[in-house]
Design a protein around this ligand. Structure first.
Ligand SMILES: NC(=O)c1ccc[n+]([C@@H]2O[C@H](COP(=O)([O-])OP(=O)(O)OC[C@H]3O[C@@H](n4cnc5c(N)ncnc54)[C@H](O)[C@@H]3O)[C@@H](O)[C@H]2O)c1
Length: 429
């Protein structure tokens, strides 16, 4: 289709907001970022420069932007989890279509209220479940929908979060406590996987959920003898798996998170400043005693109306990060790992006197967009924007589109899983 150039306003110019807005740099004929709303002055101006936004279109608060009644095609809402409800509601009431970061919100009442608000105001809201747009899951879904492997009997999935990512985000970082960010590990990290479970199996719907999980590794009782509050003066600093100096300075795994509080351009921060900062910052704390309460492992089981049974295992702190999936259907199987960009399809072979199965390897690596900016999430960060600008112009052909209505079930599954752990029972949806 012929694509008209669209205009968007960025609300929340942090890490994720810039990932999506960078589509305007990658595809300038399709998108322009015309205004930014960001309370942090440095970030507001960095985004302003990056997307060539004039001074009078750089807003400190959402209310100032809404009062200015600027015309645009959609708003990108990439504020942190705890701001989603308030900001999303106001943006919908002002009748802007919106791309909303996941998780939508952390409770059923607000979730259903946002669904109602979107309907009442006639706005389109798409949720950033970027994995649905990856060539890996999209191709897999196409095969499932074709009926090639029959009806899903079981689906096993896992997400192994690598050690540096887990420590940076969920042990020392901004998602380390439910009270602080409003999200648990499952909602924050793996609502993507709950979304995939519900979307891949949307011929039916989830009816029952049970879950087990705990935080049992990153607790004070496991700290080695003599460990100190901060890593810098700890006798185990050089040998500990979770050494702050190694993860955050030597490897510097997620600098946009670790050093964000220093409020300086990242490339201007020296090694010495980083080491000094770790003497007082949460990123320098002992990983066994960092004040967080997020689970470091969890298992979720979901039963669907047609009897299909799905399990999901997540763990924080793995050597090798990755997501694996194994679906068994009535006519065949699909098995793969997104990191390999390929999966295997098996089908029963009963031709002639055979009692066997054949195997086909599906390689999706060639379909991933080459831009390094958009290598993120297996190509999903790029593809969600590519498909969004088309969807908002009336193209309904994509099977991935993450409409708000289609994201409700997965959030309900997450809330039920957390309730199952708390109440030690199976939850009916
Ligand atoms: N889709 C994914 O795979 C994925 C990955 C990581 C994070 N996330 C989600 O993306 C969201 C943003 O995460 P991030 O790491 O980019 O956070 P961030 O802290 O880097 O950015 C959020 C920005 O929002 C700004 N902000 C706060 N309140 C605001 C308001 N009222 N109006 C406008 N701006 C406001 C903050 O100053 C900050 O700059 C979170 O909800 C997070 O859970 C999604």
């Amino acid at each position: 289709m012929q694509v008209r150039k669209m205009t968007a306003v960025l609300v929340g110019a942090g890490n994720r907001g810039c990932v999506y807005s960078d589509y305007s740099l990658c595809a300038p004929d399709e998108l322009s970022i015309v205004a930014v709303v960001e309370p942090n002055e440095l970030r507001r101006n960095e985004a302003g420069e990056r997307y060539s936004i004039p001074e009078n279109m750089r807003f400190e608060t959402l209310d100032e932007f809404l009062a200015s009644k600027i015309d645009c095609d959609f708003v990108i809402n990439a504020t942190m989890d705890e701001w989603h409800y308030e900001t999303a509601k106001k943006i919908m009431e002002a009748k802007y279509d919106m791309l909303l970061e996941k998780p939508i919100v952390n409770n059923e009442k607000e979730l259903l209220d946002l669904q109602r608000t979107a309907k009442e105001n006639g706005v389109k809201v798409n949720v950033c479940h970027v994995l649905r747009y990856t060539p890996f899951y999209k191709t897999l879904k196409t095969i499932l929908d074709s009926g090639d492997i029959g009806t899903i009997m079981t689906m096993e999935m896992n997400e192994h979060v690598g050690i540096a990512h887990f420590i940076d985000s969920f042990v020392r970082g901004k998602w380390n406590s439910v009270a602080r960010c409003g999200s648990g590990f499952l909602l924050q990290k793996s609502c993507h996987d709950m979304d995939l479970i519900c979307w891949l199996n949307n011929a039916t719907k989830p009816i029952r959920v049970t879950s087990l999980g705990s935080r049992s590794q990153f607790i004070k009782a496991n700290a080695p003898q003599g460990a100190t509050k901060y890593c810098y003066d700890c006798p185990h600093n050089q040998t500990c798996l979770y050494s702050a100096q190694k993860i955050h300075v030597d490897v510097d795994s997620m600098p946009f998170q670790t050093w964000a509080h220093m409020n300086k351009p990242l490339d201007s921060i020296t090694r010495e400043e980083k080491l000094e900062d770790l003497k007082t910052s949460p990123y320098g704390l002992c990983a066994y005693d960092s004040g967080g309460d997020i689970n470091d492992r969890q298992i979720v089981s979901v039963e669907f109306e047609n009897g299909s049974a799905c399990t999901f295992t997540m763990v924080g702190g793995a050597c090798k990060a990755g997501r694996a999936i194994h679906i068994v259907g009535t006519k065949g199987e699909i098995e793969g790992n997104i990191e390999h960009s390929k999966f295997t399809v098996r089908r029963f072979d009963r031709s002639g006197d055979k009692f066997d199965f054949d195997e086909e390897e599906i390689d999706v690596s060639k379909s991933i967009h080459e831009s390094t900016n958009y290598g993120g999430h297996g190509g999903g960060d790029y593809a969600i924007m590519y498909e969004l600008v088309r969807y908002l112009q009336g193209d309904n052909s994509s099977i991935s589109i993450t409409k708000l209505d289609d994201s409700i079930n997965s959030h309900l599954v997450v809330y039920a899983a957390e309730k199952s752990i708390q109440e030690r029972k199976t939850i009916d949806l």
